[in-house]
Ligand binder design. Sequence first.
Ligand SMILES: Cc1cc2nc3c(=O)[nH]c(=O)nc-3n(C[C@H](O)[C@H](O)[C@H](O)COP(=O)(O)O)c2cc1C
Length: 253
Amino acid sequence: MTATHSAEKKRYYEAAPQDIDVENFRKVIESRRSVRKFTDKAIPADVLDACLDLALLAPNSSNLQPWTFYVVQTPATKKQLIKACLGQLAAKTASELIVCVARTDRLDEMAKRNISEFPFPEAPPAVQKYYKFIPYNYKTGYFNALGNFKKVAFKVARKLDKQLPVTAFNEADAKLWASKTTALACENLVLALRAYGFDSCMMEGFDEPLVNKILGLNNQQYPVMVIGAGERAVDGVFFPQYRFDRDLFIQKV
Ligand SMILES: Cc1cc2nc3c(=O)[nH]c(=O)nc-3n(C[C@H](O)[C@H](O)[C@H](O)COP(=O)(O)O)c2cc1C
């Protein structure tokens, strides 16, 4: 690491704002519901863009940003998408339909961008090294050759008491990796919509091959969910929100 890098590393500090209104934060989370019926009020383009920008701020694995959000606005495509969403009311009445796609086909490009767009004048050598290696952690190679190689290598390394990170041993692992991260952006998106006074319904009730066909997705692009968004109709929420006892889900160990 050069002198400049270490100086920058020491100098850089980002303050954590302390003046956040927790009550409003709670209100956003607690008032988000899955809305199954929307009014025909449009979401202003600037509001939708602001929400999408907030979605893109979600934490994501290695900052590789393995996602694309298709905002489907062409009437003919929207009609096809509603059909692919099994004609759900939430899709039919939504003023916007957003297909949230996880993807593993841009790993190299995104790794390179992490080097070229690193927010210091030059990416530190450790960062450069990391991004040269990390795509292989999530790639599986032709005929899963790399995935199979990693499987054996990891098995051997674990026998030697080495601790190893989550990796992709096959296509399903890679899909899971990208989907995990994409779902976080989806949550950002629906909370942002709520904060701007709009609502949403996450939908995985859709015909995946049909969505792939409508959007022309390749076999390394996976629609994780379709988000219907708009203004909540008075009868848009069908029942009060409920969750089971927190002891079922939280374990302090
Ligand atoms: C990944 C995912 C997929 C979902 N798919 C659908 C769907 O296809 N149709 C639907 O009406 N609701 C769908 N939902 C909404 C859930 O049913 C809803 O979040 C859950 O019942 C809790 O209700 P709440 O969101 O109002 O708190 C989905 C939610 C998630 C997170």
